[in-house]
Design a protein around this ligand. Structure first.
Ligand SMILES: Nc1ncnc2c1ncn2[C@@H]1O[C@H](COP(=O)(O)OP(=O)(O)OP(=O)(O)O)[C@@H](O)[C@H]1O
Ligand SMILES: [Mg+2]
Length: 422
């Protein structure tokens, strides 16, 4: 019975939406029929039209208290807020939180996927920094390593410096130089020195900076790097950790096809069929030359390689001097240290120097006076710091034994023999 009445009142309210009394009557009937949310909506409309409507406010208190299960204080005067806000506030009460809780209590699967999706966004190409040729380091700054310097000069520097003579003798000026050797032994340092020798700008690019899972970006990055290097020629463009990309293409699985594509693009840029690569010197460094894609090592590409050996005695002296001379030292016998640090890399020697300095510092703090770095600190440090090049040389030995048919690793073989490791 009431429902029929309610339905006809709803129609009447629709016909006369401004009639507050009619609407309130409907609200009252709806509340009586336990249809509180609908009642509330009508009460709100009345309050919006007439904020001071006492009947509406009274009914509002009744309905909201029924909705949340307790009496509610309603201000005698309706709050003077913007009508929309007033409408939103009771609408919140309108929401059945318990039902909401129940609805969401069931576990909803997390919106994450387990498998990686290869995707990315197209972005602007990277801006590789160019180091200007001013105040360069040269081979004179590289301590010792006379063999390495001779090899560099003969295979790369001399032909580049004397282009006309080199051409007359049929020596190709195309192609780049691969520096390889154990970690921390100065490959990056030597690459900078080569740039200095050629009075060229230096641009160091780490392969992982160029790689982008979005294929278009990787190509764009590589192109930007080569374009910038050509713009600033003469430039030594140095690809550090080239093994990150120069992996054998055959060994790359299907998912790494974009990496393969990058090797192709790198080869294309190096082959200079489409661009003028004059004054562009390509250098690359790796700890794992045997993992490089053969195609990268073909004539006209990284076709010359030089082993950057662990520092010899002279190099160790220069590195130790460099790291110790700016610290408070006393009675340091460099000769003694040099004799005991065969197989230490440049990075190991730096670590040894800082460890010795730390020991002296801790002693100084305990004694409350400056105790300079002395031989006892170096001796203690030598117990902690071990040479890191041996594992690399061990694994390199197998390469020389089993896969040096083309003589690519002759200088490595020579070095290993000199260390009686072959
Ligand atoms: N012959 C040397 N003369 C002077 N400093 C050297 C020499 N060899 C290495 N160093 C120093 O040793 C440190 C490590 O060298 P660098 O970073 O060039 O090694 P790397 O072979 O590029 O190492 P990584 O494999 O980790 O990239 C640098 O501080 C470098 O200046
Ligand atoms: Mg390096």
């Amino acid at each position: 019975m009431n429902d029929v009445l309610i339905e006809s009142l709803i129609r009447a309210v629709q016909a006369a939406p401004e009639d507050a009394a009619l609407r309130l009557h409907l609200a009252q009937l709806l509340a009586g029929a336990q249809r509180h949310p609908e009642a509330l909506a009508h009460i709100n409309t009345v309050i919006q039209q007439d904020p001071g409507n006492a009947a509406a406010l009274g009914l509002l208190a009744e309905v909201t208290s029924a909705l949340i299960g307790g009496p509610v204080q309603v201000p005698a005067q309706a709050p003077v807020q913007a009508p929309q806000e007033q409408q939103q506030e009771p609408a919140k009460e309108d929401y059945d939180w318990q039902a909401g809780d129940a609805q969401f209590s069931d576990p909803i699967p997390a919106p994450f996927v387990e498998q990686r999706i290869e995707m990315g966004e197209e972005s602007a190409a990277i801006e590789p920094p160019v180091e200007p040729a001013g105040e360069p380091i040269t081979l004179a700054d590289v301590g010792g390593l006379q063999n390495v310097k001779d090899r560099l000069t003969e295979s790369f520097l001399a032909p580049m410096r004397n282009a006309a003579i080199a051409k007359a003798f049929g020596k190709s000026l195309r192609g780049g130089l691969l520096l390889y050797g154990p970690p921390g032994c100065g490959k990056t340092f030597v690459a900078r020195a080569v740039a200095g020798e050629l009075q060229a700008n230096f641009m160091a690019v780490t392969m992982t900076d160029i790689l982008d899972s979005y294929i278009g970006n990787t190509e764009k990055n590589l192109k930007a790097v080569f374009d910038k290097a050509r713009e600033n020629a003469p430039t030594v463009l140095f690809f550090d950790e080239v093994d990150a990309v120069g992996l054998r293409r055959g060994s790359l699985s299907g998912s790494a096809s974009w990496l393969r594509q990058m090797v192709n693009q790198l080869l294309m840029e190096m082959d200079s069929l489409t661009s003028n690569n004059d004054g562009l010197y390509i250098l690359a460094a790796t700890n794992h030359p045997w993992d490089l894609d053969e195609a990268l090592l073909r004539p006209g590409r990284l076709d010359r390689s030089v082993l950057v050996t662990p520092p010899d005695a002279e190099a160790r002296e220069s590195i130790l001097r460099h790291h110790l001379e700016r610290r408070p030292i006393a009675g340091i016998d460099l000769g003694w240290i040099i004799e005991r640090t065969e197989g230490f890399s440049g990075a190991d020697l730096e670590h040894l120097s800082t460890t010795a300095a730390e020991k002296a510092m801790m002693q100084s703090i305990a004694a409350n006076e400056v105790i300079p770095v002395g031989m006892e600190h170096v001796q203690q440090a030598l117990k902690d710091v071990k040479p890191s090049t041996l594992p690399w040389l061990e694994s390199a030995r197998n390469v020389v034994r089993f896969s040096n048919e083309n003589g690519r690793y002759d200088d490595l073989a020579q070095y290993l023999s000199s260390r009686k490791m072959l």
